[in-house]
Design a binder for this molecule. Structure first.
Ligand code: F6P
Length: 549
């Protein structure tokens, strides 16, 4: 089981506080000047991906101490516990085994008396067989036509991962199939997708671990009614609806047959589920073989996590750096900046992964934290962000550590676009690190012929403090393998952060209250019932009732 000590009470935390007091005023510019080998010392290559930590506000001592913190908070033992299938998700009484979904070894992994790896293989065979039939055209719609559109209906972990990966691997997209996503309960989401597809050639994938999520069930019913308006006969539903779920009973109540149900298990957390049947839409988009490459990339990162000493362990270092900024520099957010259009949905995906996992205040021992946990994750694809929020990262008052990500080689090497894109990537990390001093600004303005008061007034506005930390991540090309490794790295980062912060990363009780209240209010709205609310909520409900058409 996981240890449950408050990290701020550890010996290393105190050492880190002392170290922080000395380091906080050091400028990255000076650290680079003092050590020409800084890049070499703080960069690591894993799975053909380069992780450059050198533009972070760290020294070798920082990394030594952070490593010590990981050891003192028993991170290595926690990793072992997770990979062994111990029930480390204690508030839900579950094991955490998304790693089993990409474990291609022939070992056994026994959980509750079952070899889960065998079950995983069976489920993968079913997915592969389904994809083969879909792509060969053997699977036909109710009028005998081949499937052209796949619509994934799901939300949260049953949507964000599949959508992000499908978008990221668009270059591998099978030519005759288009994959769409419906997630929001806002009818507009369903309406806009349904407008683009046609009932004879559309396959709906209802993706829901619990099969009780209201948004997904509502959208699934809407899709079913829309389909039946054309197909007329319920018997045709089996050719156009499949389900991905752990709740096979609820799936069959919905009317989807067992042979069209792809099951997974409660030891797969929603936001860690894209490797399971929940990834079926991805496999439909790119083919099962490419989906397997994604799994193999993730497996390789799992091996790295398991076998690499803490000091060189990428996900552990990523977690430690985040703790360094969150708990010592008091950074409240973290930017994810992919310089790859295909990765434009990565920030949104990582929001759920990290914020739903570690946005917690109760520690594993039941006490409340006296330190910050998960920072806000946000970001957008470069270079778009440079023309909007980068201003604040460069010259604002809050410290925002960031991850820059880019492929060395583009899937679309058009003209000079890629070198242009990468020059922005490199320039931004350099500018954030170096900044521009008053002297440099003054010299620049003088060179332009400016002088006196006019010059002095402009100087402060043109100064860049610099010393803004960033991590650069570069992979050869955005292949399924590289993406699998990258996502798994962020998954493990999230887990390690949670271990150190002493929170349970695999539950999400924080989403329940809103669901409960929405259920009750829905009754009020649909059946004009009265209920007690605060004056604001009551006022909003009554405003809506008066104005609705
Ligand atoms: O809103 C919380 C949540 O439970 C997520 O954790 C989960 O990924 C999502 O809802 C969807 O759940 P399900 O797959 O059971 O429909």
């Amino acid at each position: 089981m996981l240890q449950s000590d408050n990290p701020t009470q550890t010996n290393t935390w105190k050492k880190l506080e002392t170290h922080f007091a000395a380091l906080r005023h050091q400028h990255l510019r000076d650290l680079f000047k003092a050590d020409p080998d800084r890049f070499k010392k703080f960069s690591f290559e894993v799975d053909g991906t380069l992780y450059d930590f050198s533009k972070n506000r760290i020294t070798e001592e920082t990394l030594d101490l952070l490593t010590e913190l990981a050891e003192e908070t028993k991170v290595p033992a926690a990793i072992e516990s997770m990979l062994r299938g111990e029930k480390i998700n204690a508030t839900e009484g579950r094991a955490v085994l998304h790693t089993a979904l990409r474990n291609f070894t022939d070992q056994e992994l026994i959980v509750d008396g079952e070899n889960v790896l065998e079950e995983v293989r069976d489920a993968q065979r079913q997915m592969k067989d389904f994809c083969d039939r879909l792509h060969s055209g053997e699977w036909k719609g109710y009028t005998g036509k081949k499937v052209r559109h796949v619509v994934n209906i799901g939300i949260g972990g049953s949507h964000l991962g599949p959508q992000m990966v499908t978008e990221a691997l668009k270059k591998y997209q099978k030519p005759d199939i288009e994959v769409h996503f419906i997630s929001n309960v806002d009818g507009t989401d369903a309406a806009e997708v349904l407008r683009k597809v046609d009932p004879e050639t559309t396959l709906f994938i209802i993706a829901s671990k619990t099969f009780t999520t209201k948004e997904t069930i509502a959208n699934a019913h809407t899709a079913r009614s829309w389909f039946l308006e054309s197909a007329k006969d319920e018997a045709h539903v089996s050719k156009h609806f499949v389900a991905l779920s752990t709740n096979t009973e609820a799936v069959s109540k919905f009317g989807i047959a067992p042979e069209n149900t792809f099951r997974f298990w409660d030891w797969v957390g929603g936001r860690f589920s894209l490797w399971s049947a929940i990834g079926l839409s991805v496999a439909c988009a790119i083919g099962y073989d490419k989906f397997e490459e994604l799994l193999r990339g993730a497996e390789s990162m799992d091996k790295h996590l398991k076998n690499t000493p803490t000091r060189q362990n990428i996900p552990v270092l990523m977690a430690l750096l985040s703790i360094w900024y969150t708990n010592f520099f008091e950074a409240q957010s973290h930017a994810v900046l992919p310089y790859d259009q295909y990765l434009r949905l990565l920030p949104e995906y990582l929001q759920q992964l990290q914020m739903e996992s570690n946005g917690k205040t109760a520690m594993r021992n039941g006490e409340y934290v006296n330190f910050q946990t998960q920072p806000v994750i946000w970001g957008a694809a470069g270079t778009n962000g440079q023309h909007s929020f980068f201003q604040l990262i460069h010259q604002g008052t809050v410290l925002i550590p960031s991850d820059f990500l880019a492929p060395v080689n583009s899937h679309n090497p058009i003209g000079e676009h890629h070198p242009m894109l990468l020059s922005n990537f490199f320039a931004q990390t350099e500018a954030l690190m170096k900044g521009k001093t008053e002297d440099e600004v003054r010299a620049e303005l003088e060179k332009k012929g400016m002088a006196g008061e006019e010059l002095e007034q402009l100087v402060p506005h043109k100064v860049f403090e610099g010393n803004k930390p960033s991590t650069s991540i570069m992979f050869d090309m955005l292949t399924p393998y590289a993406l699998g490794s990258l996502i798994a790295m962020y998954e493990h980062k999230t887990f390690v952060q949670g271990v150190i912060w002493n929170v349970y990363s695999f539950d999400q009780w924080g989403v329940e209250l809103g669901k409960q209240l929405a259920g009750a209010i829905e009754e009020e709205l649909l059946h004009d019932k009265a209920a007690e609310h605060d004056s604001s909520t009551a006022g909003l409900i009554s405003y809506y009732r008066q104005k609705r058409k």
